[in-house]
Write a new protein. Structure first.
Length: 301
């Protein structure tokens, strides 16, 4: 059955998403913004500091999580995802805001999502300063909802991590994921129509990597940081590796969580690599990896 299912056939085009980013680049950069296309946008607060910001939603994982009673985990997903994004710049999170939209707002649903997000914010030392709820029956079908959020952090200019110091021969260090995290669920739900899967690593919330990033920066010369989301490991590494260089991944350097063996029965290896994190949720490009898990190297393009 391998190779039968693709993300695009399920309804999501990564190529189209990339084209949208490029189409919007000129408009965004005309406002004076920097960091467009990176995991976090940057705003120069003064000569010494940047604000770093990221916004995202949980996506179609919410549909499956609601069916299986796991909405609180999706609240954790959202906060962790946004905090992980700004951490790629070296920023510390300051505050987070959320937005819940649905056909009809149910108090228990909103409470589960926001409580899940608040749990991660407490762990990260990030204030959840507010949010918004909206009932939009003309947009959402019955029982459908969306959960989005924004995180803002602060990084000193001297501490900024932007990939510009990455060199040929640098090591790519990988940090394990908890499972699928929150990307690729449109394809996952299509596969569930063919074969069920109930392992915990399917709906496990996105890991918060803030402490890992801080540890690596204390111990290593970290030259680039990558949150492995939509686009897979290589697709996200390409967002920080400078022109003229490329990342080479050693795909057998780590053991994949069981959920990816299940997916591999229905999806080709090439598509798995292009869509999912495959067990590596975050990566750092460093000069000397020491005892860290090395999953690849930087080479000439």
């Amino acid at each position: 059955m391998g190779g039968e299912q693709t993300y695009e056939a399920a309804g999501v085009s990564i190529a189209k998403a990339d084209a949208v980013v490029e189409r919007l680049r000129a408009a965004v950069e005309s406002t004076g913004a920097t960091g467009f296309g990176a995991f976090a946008g940057l705003y120069a607060l003064d000569d010494e500091r940047f604000l770093a910001a990221s916004t995202d939603s949980v996506g179609t994982k919410l549909i499956l999580a609601r069916e299986r009673g796991a909405l609180r985990a999706c609240g954790s997903d959202l906060a962790a995802h946004c905090i992980n994004d700004i951490a790629t710049s070296g920023a510390d999170p300051l505050f987070f805001l959320d937005y819940v939209a649905a056909n009809r707002i149910e108090l228990e649903t909103v409470a589960e999502l926001v409580e899940g997000a608040a749990e991660v914010c407490r762990e990260a030392g990030c204030a959840l300063v507010g949010g918004e709820t909206a009932e939009l029956p003309g947009i959402y079908r019955e029982d459908e909802l969306d959960f989005a959020g924004t995180c803002v952090g602060l990084v000193a200019r001297a501490e900024l991590v932007d990939g510009s110091r990455i060199e040929e021969g640098d090591a790519v260090v990988g940090l394990p994921s908890a499972g699928v995290h929150a990307n690729g669920f449109t394809l996952v739900r299509r596969i569930l129509e063919v074969e069920d899967y109930t392992g915990a690593d399917l709906l496990a919330p996105t890991r918060l990597y803030l402490d890992d990033v801080r540890r690596l920066r204390r111990e290593k010369d970290v030259r680039g940081l990558v949150h492995v989301t939509g686009g897979g490991i290589l697709g996200n590494l390409s967002r920080v590796v400078p022109a003229g260089l490329r990342a080479e991944v050693e795909w057998d350097a780590w053991e994949r969580p069981p959920v990816f063996a299940w997916l591999a029965r229905h999806v080709s290896e090439e598509e798995l690599q292009r869509v999912f994190n495959l067990g590596i949720g975050y990566a750092a490009v460093v000069g000397d990896p020491g005892d860290e898990l090395v999953i690849g190297r930087i080479a000439h393009a």
